[in-house]
Design a protein around this ligand. Structure first.
Ligand SMILES: Cc1ncc(COP(=O)(O)O)c(C=O)c1O
Length: 455
């Protein structure tokens, strides 16, 4: 590569602030600079080849450098690089994509979509539509949101206010008033029970108590991820979402499924809500929608919610929410090609099959390594929680360098992985093969063994 690598690293340290990192951190440790990608593999600027255990960032679901997506993007750049979809204008790709998504989400009873540029945008759209929906129905007090602890809903003020992670919230408080949190049904860490069914019941009952405590006529929506991603890949018990749907229905509360990670096949189902046999009222979509090739977000609006906007004659149903680049034609073209490939390649099926192999490989780590307390996940999303005391299920402290050391050891063995607190999070491309999973699992096994040998 014809660039000055030392200068590149120095410039990065000086001029870029990286999300979720201290601005000075890159001065002390040069970050991994990724130069190119092909399928499930990436290469850094130093020429190291790595299996992409991160999948871009839960996003490169079709792998890197897919020719079909690339061609769609290039063709769109030649045809119409940009036009907006505000008010009286639109463009062909936006219409095609909205039609396609609504058809794809027919089992979900989706009526329409509102496009944006990413996951945080999609969440913001859902929260605002939920509030506006209740105003249109004359229930002006219904403006509160309830969410789960450990949940992650992006970084805008609305999403951040429903986030359930203290460290994402604290620096930017005070947040949006009227946002409340209840316990996540987390089998590995909860004060209640080791019985998943009982846990699902307890946590759904807790949600109901919170709604009743707030006053049901003040609660606009409950928002949650079908499988929590960034919070540590937390899979709820199978009875949880069905019970949540019942609770929401009993009190007229809207259910928002944040499918930014789980949408488009990652869990083995096309949408996470399908895993649990439950329909939401609003869905937040991003990442896998365009396989990360071009930023795109979408809020899918259930028919029941859309109908209230459609029928309104008060003049208050105008959606005064949108971005210059909502439904960007190049992003929409990338998404249309992505959706074709998701169906042609049976991406959810591959995530289910190859994911089962990944989980089978990783489960052995719990017995083998004293550092590994829990392995959890579904489809091609997996979390490995590192502990300082296995019997007490005590996660390694935030100050521990052990997770980073395991990740570094993996990097040296050709595997890119991501650390979040005590968790290693795996979210490889959904086209990954069994053999590539074995490469990833072998690298991780060797890395945990190498780090444990030093303890
Ligand atoms: C569940 C969930 N919601 C929202 C977001 C925010 O998406 P973005 O980073 O595209 O704004 C993320 C990002 O990881 C996410 O995991």
């Amino acid at each position: 590569m014809d660039i000055d690598l030392a200068q590149l690293k120095a410039d990065n340290a000086q001029f870029i602030w990286h999300p979720m990192a201290h601005p000075g951190a890159m001065k002390r440790n040069a970050p991994d600079i990724i130069a190119r990608g092909e399928g499930c593999w990436i290469w850094d600027v130093d020429g190291h080849k790595l299996i992409d255990g991160v999948g871009g960032l839960w996003s490169s679901n079709l792998g890197h450098s897919n020719r079909r997506v690339r061609d769609a993007v290039v063709a769109q750049l030649d045809e119409l690089p940009f036009y907006n979809v505000f008010r009286g204008t639109t463009h062909v790709r936006a219409i095609e994509l909205s039609t396609r998504l609504v058809k794809m989400m027919q089992p979900e009873d989706v009526g329409a979509v509102l496009f944006s540029n990413g996951g945080s945008d999609a969440v913001e759209g859902a929260l605002k539509i939920a509030r506006q929906y209740w105003k249109l129905r004359g229930q002006h007090d219904r403006c509160k949101f309830i969410a789960l602890r450990q949940g992650y809903h992006g970084v805008h003020f609305g999403g951040m206010s429903v986030n359930g992670n203290t460290s994402f919230r604290r620096p930017y408080e005070p947040l949006l008033p009227g946002c409340f949190h209840v316990d996540t049904p987390w089998l590995y860490h909860n004060p209640y029970t080791d019985d998943p069914v009982r846990l699902g019941e307890i946590c759904a009952a807790q949600l109901e108590r919170e709604i009743v405590f707030q006053g049901p006529d003040t609660v606009a929506a409950f928002i949650a991820e079908p499988v929590q991603g960034a919070g540590g890949v937390i899979v709820p018990p199978p009875n949880y979402w069905p019970l949540v749907r019942q609770v929401c229905d009993r009190h007229g509360v809207l259910l928002i499924a944040d499918e930014v990670v789980t949408g488009f096949g990652r869990t083995g189902a096309l949408f996470g809500t399908r895993l649990w046999g439950v329909n939401a009222d609003l869905w937040c979509l991003a990442k896998g929608i365009s396989s990360g090739y071009v930023p795109l977000g979408a809020t899918a609006i259930g028919r029941k919610v859309a109908a209230v906007f459609d029928a309104d004659t008060s003049g208050n149903a105008s959606v005064t929410h949108g971005y210059t680049y909502s439904a960007h034609p190049v992003a929409a073209a990338a998404a249309l090609a992505t959706l074709d490939l998701i169906e042609e390649l049976d991406i959810p099926g591959n995530a289910e099959r190859v994911g089962a192999h990944l989980h089978q490989r990783l489960q052995g780590f719990v017995q083998r390594f004293r550092l590994v307390g829990d392995v959890r996940g579904r489809g091609l999303m997996a979390g490995i929680e590192m502990v300082s005391d296995k019997a007490a299920r005590t996660p390694v402290p935030r100050t521990s360098d052990l997770p980073a050391r395991v990740a570094r050891a993996a990097y040296e063995r050709g595997a890119m992985v991501r650390i979040s607190g005590p968790n290693m999070i795996l979210s490889p491309p959904l086209v990954i093969t069994r053999e590539e999973i074995d490469f990833l699992a072998d690298a991780l096994e060797a890395s945990f063994a190498a780090v444990e040998a030093t303890l």
